[in-house]
Design a protein around this ligand. Structure first.
Ligand SMILES: NC(=O)c1ccc[n+]([C@@H]2O[C@H](COP(=O)([O-])OP(=O)(O)OC[C@H]3O[C@@H](n4cnc5c(N)ncnc54)[C@H](O)[C@@H]3O)[C@@H](O)[C@H]2O)c1
Length: 344
C-alpha cells in the first residue's frame, strides 16, 4: 500500500483529492494519509472550482492528517510519496525538499518557472535515487494519447499541419492571486499554454526554432494571449494559441486539429475526438472514459509499485517543455524573433 500526502488543496489539489478518494473506494493500493495547505481555510472551503472539470465533488477529508507546514508533515508522517499541486513558484522547492528527505514526488505541471529550477530538480532526483514525475496530464488524456499513437505509428502517414488552442476566462481562484502575477506563474504562457507546448514537444520533439507573438492584457500578469509558430525541419505547419482573457460566458475550451497525409484528427470543444480519413466517413474512435488526472496518478503509482522510472513523462522531457516555453517568452519579448530553444 502506497502512502501519499497531498501538498496544496487549492483548485488542482481538489481534483487530485477526488482521484485518491476514488482510487481508495476502488480498493486500489494507495492511501491518502495527510494533506497540507499553508492556508487553513482550504480545509473548510467547498466553493473552489477552476476553469476545467477536475472531477472534484467537494471536500471529504475523512481521517487524513492535516498540516499547514509540509516540512513538519514530512518529519511526522510515514510516506512513500508526495503529490504537489502547489503554485508553480513552489514546485522546485517542495520537490527538492521531499526528495532530499527520502520521498518520491509527483509534481504538478509546469515542472518549474525556468530551466535552471528544472535542472536542480533533476539533480535532486539523481542524488536521492527517488522517482520524480511531472503531472503533464495531457500525456494521459485519452484523446491526446490517441493522437500520439497516430503520430508515432504513422497510422495516417506524416503530420502536415497541427493547431492547438486552449483558453477561456481569467483565473480568479488562486492563492493570493499568484496566477495573475508574472513572476510567480509566468502568465498564461507558462501556466496554461504550457499544456500545448508539452503536447507539441511530446508529439514532435524539440522544434528547431519558435516564433511567438504574445500580449500582456491584465496588469502585471505576463503574457495573457499567445500565438506561437513551431518550426520543424520537415516543414510541417504547427501553431498553438492561448488566451485567458476571454471573459463573459465563453467558459473554457481545449481543442486541436491535426492533419496527416491521409486523415485529420479533431478534438472538439465538447471533448469529443473525431477522425476524418481521406475518402471515408469520419468516425469516433473508442477511448477510455477516465480523464488524464486519474490516469496519470494510476500510471505513477504503478511505476512506483514496479520500481520503474515513469518513461511516459520523464523530468528531462518536461524540462524541454520549459525550455521551449522559455524560448517563446524570449521570442515574444523580442518582437517575435525566431529563437532556438536549445540555447536555454
Ligand atoms: N493539470 C491541470 O489541468 C491544472 C489545472 C489547474 C492548475 N494546475 C496547476 O496546479 C498548480 C496549482 O494551481 P491551482 O490552480 O490549484 O492554484 P491554487 O492557488 O488554487 O492552489 C494552490 C494551493 O497551494 C496552497 N499553498 C501555497 N503555498 C503553499 C505552501 N508553501 N505549502 C502548502 N500549501 C501551499 C495554497 O493555499 C492553495 O490552496 C499550478 O502549478 C497549476 O499550474 C494544473
Amino acid at each position: 500500500m502506497l502512502k501519499v500526502a497531498l501538498i496544496g488543496l487549492g483548485g488542482m489539489g481538489r481534483g487530485h483529492l477526488a482521484c485518491y478518494q476514488r482510487l481508495m473506494k476502488e480498493g486500489y493500493p494507495v492511501k491518502l494519509v495527510a494533506v497540507c495547505d499553508i492556508d487553513e481555510e482550504k480545509f473548510r472551503r467547498t466553493d473552489i472550482t477552476i476553469n476545467i472539470d477536475t472531477g472534484s465533488k467537494g471536500l471529504e477529508l475523512g481521517d487524513v492528517k492535516l498540516y499547514t507546514d509540509y516540512k513538519q508533515m514530512i518529519d511526522e508522517v510515514e510516506l512513500d510519496y508526495v503529490d504537489t499541486p502547489l503554485p508553480t513558484y513552489e514546485h522546485a522547492k517542495a520537490a527538492i525538499y521531499a526528495m532530499d528527505h527520502g520521498l518520491n514526488v509527483l509534481c504538478e505541471k509546469p515542472m518549474a518557472l525556468n530551466v535552471e529550477q528544472c535542472r536542480e530538480m533533476i539533480a535532486a532526483r539523481d542524488r536521492s535515487g527517488k522517482t520524480l514525475m511531472i503531472a503533464q496530464c495531457l500525456r494521459f488524456w485519452p484523446a491526446y494519447e490517441q493522437l500520439k499513437k497516430c503520430v508515432d505509428e504513422k497510422t495516417y502517414g506524416e503530420v502536415t499541419s497541427a493547431y492547438f488552442f486552449r483558453g477561456g476566462s481569467t483565473p480568479m481562484w488562486s492563492y493570493n492571486n499568484w496566477l495573475q502575477k508574472k513572476e510567480l506563474s509566468g502568465g498564461a504562457l507558462m501556466d496554461q499554454h504550457v499544456h500545448d507546448v508539452d503536447t507539441i514537444n511530446w508529439l514532435f520533439g524539440m522544434p528547431a526554432t519558435v516564433s511567438c507573438q504574445a500580449k500582456n492584457v491584465l496588469p502585471g500578469s505576463g503574457y495573457d494571449a499567445v500565438s506561437t509558430q513551431y518550426f520543424y525541419p520537415d516543414g510541417k505547419v504547427v501553431n498553438a494559441q492561448d488566451d485567458w482573457t476571454i471573459n463573459g460566458d465563453f467558459g473554457f475550451e481545449m481543442i486541436f486539429r491535426v492533419n496527416f497525409e491521409r486523415a485529420c484528427l479533431v478534438l472538439a470543444r465538447d471533448g469529443g475526438l473525431t477522425v476524418y480519413p481521406v475518402g471515408q466517413k469520419g468516425f469516433v474512435p473508442d477511448m477510455p472514459a477516465d480523464d488524464g488526472y486519474y490516469r496519470e496518478i494510476v500510471y505513477y503509482t504503478k511505476c512506483l509499485e514496479a520500481g520503474v522510472q515513469p518513461l511516459a513523462c520523464t523530468p528531462e522531457s518536461c524540462m524541454d517543455t520549459i525550455r521551449i516555453a522559455s524560448a517563446e517568452q524570449l521570442s515574444a519579448d523580442e518582437d517575435s524573433r525566431r529563437v532556438d530553444p536549445r540555447i536555454l
